[in-house]
Design a protein around this ligand. Structure first.
Ligand code: F6P
Length: 555
């Protein structure tokens, strides 16, 4: 890739900066007043969803300029490079091919001269075989009892994606099969795991150790505790240790050697590839807990939905391309309107973990400050992104959105239809009523954030503490229904949004060097805590904290 002129020195950026000076003074309510049919004008549809960008603080000319910016950053050829398997992850010199994990079996995609699609589908087939065995009650523990509980031990991308999707698709748990409950433990302090160890039966519990690197201390600490728990309850000698390892552990990693070294038997190893980033990995073997929870057909439907979004991303012109438009709205807010906080607000309890999933996807990908050529950026990159279920957040942090001092961009996400499949008529009616109420709240909040006081008929003068200024930009994303397909498309939409923004900012969204130093220092600190040696090399605050621990505990 040739060095390019810094994006903020290009004509398209300068034009936007100038345009933004005027737009900063314009209120959203005026934009709606001046443009009839604004909703339709800024709404696009694809892959079972509708993206309404009309509550962004922009005009047609803004969007034209942003599209010029995307062209100046050569977004179309970047999309092509990503999807065709070029080595877009420059600092690690490899492709970023999560999209290959959702290609259909008859597709072809070469990496280093080798078609990767057959191995992707071999892994999917192996997952299917495993899932079928669990669902038939034939995956038995060391004492011969069928496995009923699977605990995924992983962190970051090896936890958040499977956790989020498993929760979101809970309605799709298959009936009429041997029931297997899927659980997640990620925290290095062992508190989540400890809770499962108290409640679960070792005879019927299996652990999936999910770690791309198979070196992550958080996961390996939990795995060691789980192994000892099983050994102490089930094994009575080296022979049975082997049986426990075979019947109670599955490993998922890009490092088969490390899985073998840890004791995972070869037939229980699911592999993926260095060219799949951790936070982009739910689509393959890391998705095993999803497939166990909702069945392989639904897992494949999730992949199909993501693939539909990939096709859209690859083929739709920029002005109708959902990920591109979502990315441009973010760029406009961050770089030109100085709005550097972004809240993710799903109005559907099934999307409880969606915001924390996106926190990693967006901030670990685009929390960068050097360009691909190693220069410090001279503009802002990823905003601070956080969120929660919208209805609950209304009773928590919406106060800040409505009357605080921070400008915040919000994404409202909701399905149009819900509860169609609830069998009991009376319950269905009540639940549908609750969904209607939820949609009303979703639309009301984005309206108040947009219009402020003008959202309500004039009800006379109000004191200043009861006033709303509005003008907070938002995007509303409506899914037809929340299904495996639309969820797959939704996640792929955000993955590609992140890529488009990284392309414009000229940063690498596929590495995460910023987390490495913390890991090294933690290792050193643990050595000091354990050995009681070397504390003098630390700063005064760290010394004080460690000494407090020594004084009060037996460490
Ligand atoms: O420390 C950050 C990170 O490397 C993430 O990028 C990754 O998702 C997580 O740790 C877990 O890594 P692994 O799957 O290798 O255990």
């Amino acid at each position: 890739m040739t060095a390019r002129e810094p994006i903020d020195q290009q004509q398209a950026w300068r034009a936007l900066s100038k345009h933004a000076e005027a737009m900063r003074e314009v209120h959203l309510k005026d934009l709606f007043q001046e443009q009839d049919g604004r909703h339709e004008c800024y709404t696009r549809r694809a892959a079972g969803m509708m993206l309404d960008l009309s509550k962004q603080r922009w005009r047609d000319e803004t969007l034209d300029m942003l599209l010029d910016l995307a062209r100046a950053a050569d977004v179309p050829s970047a999309i092509n490079r990503l999807l065709s398997g070029e080595r877009v992850n420059l600092s690690e010199d490899r492709p970023a091919l999560h999209t290959a994990l959702r290609l259909p079996a008859d597709a072809k995609l070469e990496v280093d001269g080798k078609d990767v699609v057959p191995s992707v589908h071999r892994t999917l087939d192996r997952m299917a075989t495993m899932v079928a065995k669990f669902q038939a009650g034939q995956w038995r523990g060391a004492t011969g009892r069928a496995i009923t509980d699977v605990v995924n031990l992983g962190v970051g991308g090896s936890d958040l994606g499977p956790l989020m999707v498993t929760h979101a698709l809970a309605d799709y748990r298959p009936r009429d099969v041997h029931p297997v409950e899927v659980h997640f433990a990620s925290t290095m302090d062992g508190s989540q795991l400890a809770d499962y160890l108290l409640r679960l039966n070792p005879e019927t519990t299996l652990f999936v150790i999910s770690s791309k690197s198979f070196t992550t201390i958080d996961t390996l600490s939990n795995a060691r505790t789980a192994r000892d728990w099983l050994f102490s309850h089930l094994a009575d000698g080296n022979d049975t240790n082997g049986l426990v390892m075979r019947q109670h552990f599955i490993g998922v990693s890009a490092s088969p050697e490390k899985m073998s070294d840890w004791g995972i038997s070869e037939c229980n190893q699911l592999e993926f590839w260095e060219w799949v980033g951790g936070r982009y990995s739910l689509w393959g073997a890391i998705g095993l807990p999803i497939a166990l929870a909702v069945g392989m057909d639904n897992f494949r439907a999730l992949l199909d939905g993501a693939h539909a979004m990939d096709r859209h991303f690859a083929t739709a012109e920029l002005e109708n391309n959902l990920p591109v438009l979502l990315a441009l709205a973010g760029i406009w807010n961050v770089n030109f309107l100085d709005i550097r906080a972004h809240s993710i607000l799903p109005y559907d309890g099934r999307l409880e973990y969606f915001a924390s999933y996106l926190e990693q996807l967006e901030m670990e990908s685009n929390g960068k400050s050097v360009t691909n050529e190693g220069r410090s950026v001279t503009y802002s990159t990823c905003p601070v992104l956080w969120g929660q279920l919208g209805p609950n957040a209304q009773h928590a942090f919406y106060q800040l959105l409505h009357q605080g001092t921070q400008p915040v961009e919000c994404d409202f996400i909701a399905p149009i239809r819900r509860y169609d499949r609830v069998e009991d008529e009376a319950t269905r009616k009540h639940l549908k009523g609750q969904h209607r109420l939820t949609l009303a709240n979703c639309f009301a909040q984005s309206r108040v954030l947009m219009l402020g006081d003008d959202a309500i008929e004039d009800d006379g003068p109000r004191p200043s503490h009861k006033r709303y200024r509005g003008n907070q930009p938002s995007t509303t994303l409506l899914l037809d229904r929340l299904t495996p397909e639309t969820l797959g498309a939704l996640v792929a939409l955000y993955e590609h949004k992140v890529f488009v923004q990284a392309t414009i900012w000229d940063i690498n969204p596929f590495d995460q060097w910023g987390v490495e130093l913390g890991k090294k220092i933690a290792t050193q600190t643990e050595q000091i805590l354990t050995s009681h040696e070397g504390i003098e090399s630390l700063d005064d605050s760290s010394r004080g904290l460690i000494e407090a621990v020594w004084r009060e505990s037996d460490y």
